[in-house]
Ligand binder design. Structure first.
Ligand code: SF4
Length: 276
């Protein structure tokens, strides 16, 4: 049972920093995330620490997001020559409640009228397929990045049991790529995978980004350690995968199937092509 609350926001576009350096803003249509992935370090951030509820059990909907986007964007245009937006850094813009709330959809409608110079959409939900037309409307200004941490659904079920199945995500990636929408698979964080993963990725998308706990959690793996993720690997006899070199195996395998220029590691795969 997810506790869903509607809220009004006074600021939708937040100046980007840290891992998102290079973007002008990050944009979170929701606060909280009902996917509740075990490795999600947002649960250790103030947004969750000050709540009495567990991460993954609550979501706040930013009811006035569309109107606030238009206001924030008008202000930003006066200040910045180029505006790049990362959506989203601490929620999934296509989490289950989006199917009714349509907040992300309303934002894409607004962006089709008042577009940023670049929009990075990070999700793990096949629901994004609903908005294919709106994303297509942004042309080369958009990149859809779909999280595919592994090709093994039994592994996905250990680490993020309430997130959508891997096959459904792959199918969306294929569809978007065939429609000519800039698309990437984000293997982030890298989880144990099969020998077929590299070839499957290469036949689905022409751009892959790999990240892990040690490079990508913003604290060289300390935040992930504090979540007790290593214990989960041990419980399932997967501990050989929990180390800072594990990602190199996938990079190496991918280079057999796609050009090196289309394989990105950690922050490089999340950077905008347009600098602020
Ligand atoms: S989908 Fe992203 S924001 Fe949501 S719980 Fe998982 S890692 Fe965290």
């Amino acid at each position: 049972m997810i506790n869903i609350t509607e809220k009004m926001t006074k600021q939708l576009l937040t100046p980007a920093s840290g891992f998102l350096e290079g973007y002008t803003f990050s944009l979170n249509p929701y606060i909280g995330c009902s996917f509740g992935c075990s490795y999600c370090y947002v649960r250790k951030m103030p947004v969750n620490l000050f709540r009495k509820e567990d991460w993954g059990t609550w979501v706040d909907i930013k009811k006035n997001a569309k109107e606030q986007y238009i206001r924030d964007m008008k202000k930003a245009r006066k200040k910045y020559e180029s505006v790049s937006i990362f959506m989203s850094s601490s929620t999934d813009p296509y989490q289950p409640t989006e199917s009714d709330a349509e907040i992300t959809r309303s934002l894409l409608e607004a962006m089709n009228e008042e577009p940023p110079d670049f929009l990075f959409v990070q999700t793990r939900s096949p629901l994004v397929k609903r908005d294919l037309g709106l994303l297509k409307g942004l042309g080369e200004r958009v990149l859809l990045s779909m999280t595919v941490e592994t090709d093994l659904d039994e592994v996905r079920r250990i680490f993020s049991p309430t997130a959508p199945p891997i096959a459904a995500r792959m199918s969306v990636l294929k569809k978007f790529a065939s429609e000519g929408i800039p698309t990437q698979a984000a293997v982030a964080p890298l989880l144990p995978f099969s020998d077929n993963f590299a070839s499957t990725l290469a036949s689905t998308v022409n751009r892959v980004t790999i990240d892990d706990y040690f490079m990508g959690d913003g604290s060289k793996g300390k935040r992930t350690t504090s979540l007790g993720i290593e214990k989960l690997y041990k419980e399932h006899k997967l501990e050989e995968w929990y180390h800072p070199e594990a990602y190199k195996k996938l990079v190496e395998e991918l280079t057999r199937y796609m050009p090196k220029e289309q394989i990105f590691v950690s922050q490089d795969g999340f950077l905008p092509p347009v600098k602020k």
